[in-house]
Design a protein around this ligand. Structure first.
Ligand code: PLP
Length: 497
């Protein structure tokens, strides 16, 4: 793009010029499946989209430049390209999507979480290191012909905030990179992701399989809402492969939907094995890997069709934002996306920014949380005032060997039972000085909760016990505080009881 003269100062000061958009971006292909229709310039979306205008500021006066040499260079350069973020009509642009091939050489998840879809494969054109937050509910077209070109898939554009947003796409691409997925769909919460997925992938009157231990609200949705659509569920123990085979034999199962590890007992499902079994019967497998994080467990590589996360937990990582996503092949994700566009659980672009920011430290946080939780699980298991510890990193865990095979770390949450009753356990929880008493997990701040009170309070004790939720159960999410401080805090609280 030829630059107006007002751009010269900026390019002389080495602002980055527009990247080459001559090749259609890959996920743009995936999303619209119609890249062949688009010419090279058509895929550059301006920020604000479709906007051209005049330079908002006059060029800086020459005397503000620090060097005569720079001034001379500016004067000599009449044909500089428009620097993104420069002083021109188009300070930020969006290319339609990001180029995933440019970061495929990265070997580590940490580098990927930081740079994918931004430093490498950036879809938004800007000199800012960080991704701009595009706060808009709708996108305009300069003229009706452009709108028709968009409708006829000859031109890429966003249209309405519920259908897409440039900031959100950067987040989705980053998550796809981490999950090793073709496509990702981010939504307003983890529950939004799971409910939309279940409704999109299990037909009315259909059947799904799920596990006994799982997030309570997911169970409530499966038991009380899906039956209104005639959808039935078989509920199996996470390790009971025979029960899975029987459920598949006896029903026309569309989907096996399970957490691994599960909430709150951190049971693990053999993802490779159950995927093979389900695929033989034509059923899909979706793993809610929230407790694992995409770093500790690669559900798609293990054979699952889809992976789901409550991004509210480790992905955001700062206890300040809600979101949920699914990743997998474009064909399946698109099926869910279509329903999501109707139901409308859209993530706000400001929240997308917080997730992008959270992802930059995911590997550091998770490394620390894995380490602290494992060390604390071992200490708790040895402690006389602790009756039982549930943590897949411990040899005493029923799926320890499996967890060792399919996970590279066991996460920051440890569940355990205090040797005592409801009141003794409350005493322990209240004596803790570092963790907040709160729901949720996975963030920087440690969080503790007593499920009998936090999420199962409305059920009588006997009902709770059916789900294994005893009065003395504690779920402890270790944050990124110093290990020694956390250890001292837990030990002093155990001394109190
Ligand atoms: C395993 C699991 N999946 C899904 C969810 C729901 O996520 P959100 O709270 O983001 O809706 C939760 C919430 O705690 C969870 O623990």
């Amino acid at each position: 793009m030829a630059a107006p003269t007002s751009h010269k100062l900026f390019s002389a000061l080495n602002c980055r010029s527009n990247p080459d958009f001559s090749a259609p971006p890959p996920s743009f292909n995936r999303r619209l499946n119609s890249a062949a229709f688009y010419g090279p310039s058509a895929i550059i979306l301006r920020f604000p989209p479709n906007c051209t205008g005049t330079a908002p500021f006059p060029p800086a006066p020459a005397e503000t430049l620090s060097s005569a040499a720079i001034s001379a260079e500016i004067a000599a350069d009449d044909n500089v390209s428009a620097g993104a973020g420069g002083n021109g009509a188009v300070p930020v642009q969006f290319s339609g999507s990001v180029d995933s091939s440019s970061y495929s050489f990265l070997k580590s998840d940490g580098s990927m979480a930081i740079h994918a879809a931004e430093r490498l494969g950036r879809g938004i054109v800007t000199d800012a290191i960080t991704t701009p937050v595009v706060n808009t509910s709708a996108y305009f077209f300069k003229k009706t012909a452009d709108l028709i070109d968009f409708k006829e898939k000859r031109q890429f554009s966003f249209e309405y905030g519920r259908y897409g947003n440039p900031t959100t796409i950067v987040l989705e691409e980053k998550l796809s990179a981490l999950e090793g997925a073709e496509s990702t769909l981010i939504m307003a919460s983890g529950m939004c992701a799971s409910t939309v997925l279940l409704m999109a992938l299990v037909p009315a009157g259909g059947h799904l399989v799920t596990t006994t231990d799982c997030y309570r609200k997911t169970r409530i949705f499966i038991e009380t809402v899906l039956p209104k659509m005639g959808i039935k569920a078989s509920v199996i123990d996470p390790a009971d492969v025979t029960a899975l085979e029987s459920a598949l034999e006896e029903n026309n199962v569309s989907l096996f939907f399970t957490e691994s590890p599960t909430n709150p007992f951190l049971r693990c499902v053999d993802i490779k094995l159950v995927s093979e079994i389900c695929h033989r019967k034509g059923a899909l497998v979706c793993i809610d890997g929230t407790f694992a994080t995409p770093l500790n467990q690669k559900a798609l590589a293990l054979g699952a069709d889809l992976v789901l996360h409550s991004a509210t937990k480790y992905i955001g990582g700062h206890n300040d934002v809600l979101g949920g996503y699914i990743s997998g092949p474009d064909k399946l994700v698109s099926q869910v996306r279509t329903l999501h566009h109707v139901l409308g659980g859209t993530l706000n672009p400001n929240a997308a920014y917080l997730f992008i920011r959270g992802l930059k430290t995911l590997h550091l946080r998770v490394q620390q949380q894995n380490s602290t939780a494992l060390r604390m699980a071992k200490i708790l298991e040895e402690h006389p005032k602790v009756k039982h510890v549930y943590y897949p990193g411990l040899p005493s865990h029923p799926e320890h060997q499996l967890a060792m095979r399919q996970m590279t770390g066991f996460g920051g949450v440890v569940s355990f039972e205090i040797d005592g009753d409801l009141i003794t356990t409350i005493k322990f929880v209240d004596a803790l000085k570092i963790p907040y008493i709160a729901p949720s997990f996975g963030g920087c701040e440690s969080i503790v909760d007593q499920p009998a009170i936090m999420s199962y309070w409305d059920l009588p004790q006997l009902e709770r016990a059916k789900y294994g939720i005893n009065d003395n159960l504690v779920r402890f999410s270790f944050g990124v505080e110093d290990f020694e401080d956390l250890k001292a805090d837990v030990l002093q609280a155990l001394e109190v009881i």
